[in-house]
Write a protein that binds this ligand. Structure first.
Ligand code: BMA
Length: 378
């Protein structure tokens, strides 16, 4: 395992960026700077949800990853999901991933040089239904609401989870940087926190409460906060409608599945991501395509003709810092490749493209980030 760059946390040149958390630790700031530099140079880190936990036809094999099995390289970004952690007795998430094992995979990915990101499909606090139960519940969990204490208890469990994410060894007290993406896809209509079921004021209020509680009360200083819309935003105004303000958000991101259906649609993604990257650059922040993919990937050249086309920045423009495809649950519900899949050969081409960044390219990239230098070419 390689430990280098921002993870070692030795002296580095240049000022480190300021985050939502003024006390964010050094490694967290270095991770953020590294994403900023990737973005400036038009590099896109490739991510995969649940990459180390399971894939198509396997579960919990040490070192396992469908992405690695296809191209010989691990993803640069690992996505994890905390749905059900809000319940006191939960030992696994809504997709049956064990929370203790998840912590070990997060640490493993981090030690390899990867960046970890977390989403949270919380159950509906009012009804006890799932995240997809759209009965309004945000007012219930705000201060003064009937479920506020239950929400706090969920955040306490989140803090316990985050506090366990330590690198170990000589870095044992150092926490692992985590990109945290709460209340995601809020411009959709499918979750109880989506804009059809909450006012902008209440969304902003729960966002600010959550950040303040984790940062100031729980004293977590390894979180990078990711604001995230669905794909239905065409303008900056639409993207910012529920935005709590620059002092509350580190990464501006969107999720898009519709834009990666085919080549024509991917032109729309290019335009949307250019809007996002430009907005983030003006704010001095990072942008990302936090979740994407085409279920089953029936198109053999999807990786280069559709996905890469969508994320490639136009000449001279910044890219998004990372783009993550969703999980490989089974032969039908998967968004990454797997060996012998119809798109596997094309994925190797995607991996080799100078714009895409996977694990093997990370150490050099991180060392440069530490020194405040450019990302450079492979
Ligand atoms: C969805 C699907 C579901 C899963 C949920 C949370 O997109 O993959 O099967 O439960 O994400 O991970």
């Amino acid at each position: 395992m390689i430990l280098s760059g921002w993870q070692v946390g030795t002296a580095q040149r240049g000022a480190l960026p300021n985050l939502v958390d003024g006390k964010a630790d050094k490694r967290t700031r270095l991770a953020y700077r590294y994403l900023q530099q990737a973005e400036k140079e038009g590099k896109v880190l490739f991510g995969h949800q649940d990459a180390l936990a399971y894939g198509v036809g396997w579960r919990e094999i040490p070192g396992g990853s469908d992405v690695k099995a296809v191209c010989g390289d691990y993803p640069a970004v690992y996505g994890w999901e905390l749905g059900d952690l809000e319940h006191a007795d939960a030992v696994q998430n809504l997709d049956t991933v064990n929370f203790q094992k998840m912590k070990a995979w997060i640490i493993e990915g981090h030690k390899r040089g990867g960046i970890n990101t977390i989403s949270w499909h919380m159950d509906n606090f009012r009804t006890g239904g799932s995240s997809w139960d759209t009965t309004g519940a945000v007012t219930d969990i705000l201060p003064g609401g009937p479920k506020h204490e239950a929400y706090i208890a969920g955040l306490d469990r989140f803090a316990d989870f985050i506090n366990d994410l330590k690198a170990g060894g000589f870095l044992k007290r150092k926490k692992i940087p985590i990109l945290f993406r709460p209340f995601h896809e809020h411009t959709g209509h499918w979750f109880w926190w989506c804009n059809t079921h909450v006012t902008p004021e209440n969304y902003k209020a729960i966002w600010k409460f959550t950040v303040s509680y984790l940062r100031d009360v729980k004293q977590l200083h390894n979180l990078i906060y990711v604001f995230n819309t669905a794909e239905n935003v065409n303008t900056e105004e639409e993207f910012l409608q529920f935005y709590p303000g620059d002092e509350w958000v580190d990464i501006l991101s969107l999720d898009s599945y519709r834009d990666v259906r085919d080549e024509a649609a991917s032109e729309g993604l290019k335009t949307r991501l250019a809007m996002l990257a430009d907005l983030a650059a003006r704010k001095g922040k990072v942008s990302a395509l936090a979740e994407t993919g085409l279920e089953g990937i029936p198109h053999p050249e999807w990786w280069t003709r559709v996905f890469l086309n969508g994320i490639l920045p136009r000449q001279g423009q910044p890219s998004v810092a990372y783009a993550m495809v969703w999980r490989n649950a089974n032969k039908k519900h998967h968004y990454g490749p797997y060996p012998d899949h119809v798109s596997a050969a094309n994925f190797i081409e995607f991996h080799q493209h100078p714009v895409t960044v996977f694990e093997k390219e990370l150490p050099g990239l991180q060392k440069r980030a530490r020194r405040g230098e450019g990302v450079g070419r492979r």
